[in-house]
Write a protein that binds this ligand. Structure first.
Ligand code: CTP
Ligand code: CA
Length: 240
């Protein structure tokens, strides 16, 4: 890939974006899921395509329309998402952005037949216990798999609130250090209910500086633009 004069361009780059929220099946009709809509990941895919990138969008259970010019791979579970992200990343990816909400746990057992409640007399109040096991940390796995060969830039997301043990930025800093990624987009959640639900406030953190760039409250498309500005800059820096 050649450096380009336009500082915002992603021309000639292959970008991989995961979006949406994974679902972990319990039985043929039920799953454990989360409320992620996929909006931020889809906005990232759309803006990257508009800046000339080849875009692979790994989409977990989102109802949103696929932006034009974007290749989509649909997945359901965290394990499916991991396979799809690894495959796309091995296909000469320049950057992988993990915007998806990945389930930390999945039910240990998948039951082939629908779970039924007991109708036996005396068992009217009985209920099953669902045992969970950990899912792999896909982002940390991408970082761990980095070899000497050109490996993609890795971008993580984090939704954080301040609490007694620290503010949003200190939690985000700790997560960036734990994950070892090149850029962390920390979403400040639940700070101000007047934010429109399409608007978001994020801090962009890098491992090599204590300074964070704050963006917003702004639309998810604006946030996507700021993330790609930062990524384009980091990619240019590492291109020999
Ligand atoms: N992530 C991942 N695989 C997982 C869980 C999370 O790749 N099994 C990614 C998300 O896509 C996101 C980043 O890791 O880019 C941070 O996710 P988050 O849930 O905030 O972090 P966790 O490490 O799971 O920590 P916790 O939920 O305990 O705060
Ligand atoms: Ca998590």
């Amino acid at each position: 890939n050649q450096p380009n004069q336009d500082p915002q361009t992603l021309q000639g780059r292959h970008v991989v974006v995961s979006a949406g929220g994974t679902r972990e099946p319990l039985d043929p009709v039920r799953f454990l899921g989360n409320r992620s809509s996929g909006k931020q990941g889809y906005a990232l895919a759309q803006v990257a395509a508009s800046r000339g990138a080849r875009v692979t969008l790994i989409s977990a259970n989102s109802a949103l329309p696929v932006p034009s010019g974007v290749d989509v791979v649909e997945v359901e579970t965290a394990l499916d998402l991991q396979d799809a992200v690894r495959d796309a990343s091995a296909d000469h990816a320049d950057v992988v952005v993990m915007a998806a909400a990945v389930a930390d746990f999945r039910p240990r057992d998948y039951l082939e037949a629908k779970i039924k409640k007991s109708h036996d007399p005396g068992e009217e109040h009985s209920a099953p216990t669902i045992e969970l096991v950990r899912n792999p940390d896909i982002l940390a796995g991408l970082v761990a798999d980095r070899g000497a060969a050109p490996s993609p830039l890795i971008v993580g997301f984090a939704a954080e609130t301040g609490d007694a043990s620290g503010d949003v930025l200190s939690h985000a800093r700790a997560k960036l250090a734990r994950k070892g990624c090149d850029l962390l987009v920390a979403n400040e959640v639940g700070r101000d209910v007047t934010f429109g639900k399409d608007d978001t406030l994020v801090h962009l953190l890098r491992p090599d500086t204590d300074e964070a760039r704050t963006v917003g409250p702004a639309s998810k498309v604006s946030v996507a633009g700021a993330v790609w500005d930062e990524v384009a800059h980091l990619l240019r820096d590492r291109t020999p």
